[in-house]
Structure formats: C-alpha cells, structure tokens
Design a protein. Structure first.
Length: 396
C-alpha cells in the first residue's frame, strides 16, 4: 500500500472518529458472534447473514444509522476475509479492537474523480459523510486506485493508504550476489563489508522517553494526565518506528537494485522474540535479559526488511538455514565454535582468517545463496571474491 499523511480539519476529524468507532463496534460484534461458535452448534453467521443483521440494527438504533453504511459493511467484509485467512492458516484468529488502537476503516468503490491533486504537495480524497479531506502528496498516487483505508495511530496521526500492488525492482543482471546477516548491534551486515545500523531515538529522546515512562507509572488510571503522557510516549515511539521503516525502505531498495541474488537467514522471528516469563509453576529464567534481547531484535526490523526484499526482489531472495553460519570460516569452510572471539571479532584457528563476525556470517550466506541458485539452474552468479584477511571495526 502507498500511505500518505492525512490532514483533516477538527470538524472532519470528529466525523472520522465516528466512522472508526462504528467500524470497531461492528467488528467486535462479529468477533463476539464467532467466539460463541462450537462444532456442536450451528455454523457461525457469515457475511450475508451479518449484513442482514446490520441492516436491522441500523433501523433500530439512530446513532448507528447516522454513520456510513459502506464503512460498516466493509468492516464485516474485512472480518470475513480475516476469518478466511485464519482457516487457511496464514493469519491468526481475528481479535477484539480497542479504542485508541487499530483505529481505521476502509472505503471502496473509489472512482478516479474521488482523488485529486491540488498543488505540488497537497491532494485530497473524498470520504463518505465527511467530504474532501486533504492529504500530503509526498509521492505519486497509484492511477488504478479501487479502495483506500484511513487509519489513526496512537500518536493521533491520520493516514490514508491506497490499495495498489507494489511494483518489483528489476534485477541489475550483473551476476552479483550478496549475503545479509541480521543482528542487534549491527542491524544488517553485508558480505561486501558494509555494516548498517537501523536508526532509533537520540540520546535526548531516549532520556525523555524514560522520564515519561516514570510519569506514566505514577499517573492515576483514567486521568487526563495519564492520557496526555501516553500520547507523548506514543509520539516518540512513532518517530522511532518511522525512522526504522524509512531505513528499511532505503536499504531494501539499494539491495534490490544492486544485486541479482540476496541471501538471508531463514529465521523464525516470532519464536525468537517469545517471552521467557514462563508460568507460575515453571517460571522463566533470565527474563529481563531475554526481554532486552527481544526489544533489540524488534528494533532492528528483521522481519520487515526481509518482507520488503521479498516484495521488491521476488524470486531473487534466497533463505538459508542459519545453522553454523556464524561459526564457519568463510575462507576455508572450517566450523569452529571458538572462532568467534567476541561479539564483533572472528578469527579462524585453522587458516588464520580474521574479519568482523557479522561480515563473516554474511559471506557464508552469500556463498550458500550462490550454491542454491546454481543447484536450481538459475542465472549464473559470480563466485565469492577473494578478500585479504582483515578485521573490520567501524559501522557504516
């Protein structure tokens, strides 16, 4: 999706919030209906039955009838699609939506005249019962827009996302292969020797976040002060997420444009970031350390980086078994658990090759990706370049 910052007026924002509330109400009712279903009872109502029930509810309740019928029906359609995805095993079961989180609704049957450009940096879109709402025209809007989704994040920012199939980036056809090793201290180490770090909050912003979190712990639940502090925290975290997403977009684009084949580790990130708290009977160990590790993994954007590479370079991303990639010497192939002298230093005790540990792992991924392409008789990939032993210490 192509997402843009929406700029509604205060009056328009009030109506948009009502649309979000109606969509959330209809979605939660559908979730409640589905929760009552068991194999011994009658089947849960589908979209047709729920749409009929929605018509009856709109006739009885004036506050629901005052909203947009299209917005409410699309909430039911989205729920039906979510249940289909759940039964096919691609997604989790749809859950409850809470006010302030997952705020949004979808607009369909969009015409070409429903989106127009006003100036170089400003456009506007037509929303039911709201009228024309302006948004920031930060990049070209897709021509074949059929629907769009309007959302509000925890920081109070509105966005409009146009549904469009993202275009892939053509391969440079140079025969170059690159390995990408994902880490925490170094977010992405390339087999070329580059060490990339996902940007986060500055030292001042991190200190302010800690102060706000202490204020939140002291604030009374339900108070205006607590709501204001939560909004400030959400804005800081949204800023951090925006920086990380921008870095991922730039990095994935550079990799897709510069290399024919990209090798990454095949990691189960949800399992790796699972909590270590355990249960009351069997409590976990080193919970605080594991929580910090989980935050580091998520802050590096491991999953989103690979997802964007799959979309920008389809068929050119090779996922490699991560076993021994950090212990094997990329020069001679010897696997030694003691070769990694520290988090950053790798020195092979067999051949004497030394390098940054993450770069060494990335070169192993590069070699494995090249072998995988050769095995499936794909495009010819240039072999790994011979490099003199060196120890990289700087982060690009």
């Amino acid at each position: 999706m192509s997402r843009f910052r929406l700029q509604p007026t205060p009056a328009q924002e009030a109506v948009l919030l009502e649309h979000c509330a109606h969509a959330r109400f209809v979605w939660n009712l559908a979730v409640e209906q589905q929760s009552w279903w068991t194999p011994r009872r009658e089947p849960a109502p589908g979209y047709i039955a729920q749409a009929r029930q929605l018509t009856e509810a709109r006739a009885e309740f004036a506050w629901l009838r005052a909203g947009s019928q299209m917005v409410q029906q699309q909430a039911l359609r989205d729920f039906a699609q979510a249940m289909t995805n759940f039964f096919t095993g691609t997604h989790k079961r749809p859950s409850w939506r809470k006010a302030g989180r997952n705020e949004g609704f979808r607009v369909v049957a969009v015409k070409v005249s429903d989106v127009r450009r006003l100036s170089r940096r400003t456009g506007e879109a037509k929303v039911a019962k709201v009228g024309w709402v302006r948004f920031r025209w930060s990049r070209p809007v897709p021509d074949d827009v059929k629907s769009y989704r309007i959302t509000r994040d925890r920081a109070g920012r509105w966005h409009i996302a146009f549904a469009a199939v993202p275009k892939s980036i053509p391969a440079p056809e140079t025969g170059r292969t690159v390995g990408v090793d994902r880490g925490i201290v170094v977010s992405a180490a390339l087999s070329t020797g580059e060490l990339l770090k996902a940007p986060g909050l500055t030292d001042y912003e991190a200190g302010r976040l800690r102060r706000l979190e202490r204020m939140l712990a002291r604030a009374k639940r339900g108070s205006r002060r607590r709501t204001a502090v939560k909004t400030k925290i959400a804005r800081l975290k949204a800023r951090e997420a925006d920086r990380r997403k921008d870095w991922i977009e730039r990095t994935s684009t550079d990799l897709a444009r510069g290399f024919d084949v990209i090798g990454v580790e095949d990691l189960n990130i949800p399992a790796m970031t699972r909590s270590a708290k355990g249960t009351l009977d069997v409590p976990g160990q080193n919970v605080a350390v594991k929580a910090g590790l989980n935050r580091g993994i998520l802050a590096s954007g491991w999953g989103l980086l690979v997802a964007r590479l799959e979309q920008k370079a389809p068929g050119r991303l090779i996922k490699i078994n991560p076993a021994y990639t950090s212990q094997r010497c990329s020069a001679c192939g010897t696997a030694d658990g003691k070769a990694r002298e520290s988090q950053a230093a790798f020195r092979c005790r067999a051949c004497g090759y030394s390098s940054h540990a993450d770069v060494n792992a990335a070169r192993n991924l590069e070699q494995a990706a090249g072998r995988a392409v050769t095995a499936r008789e794909g495009p010819r990939v240039a072999g790994p370049v011979h490099r003199e032993p060196q120890l990289a210490t700087s982060v690009a």
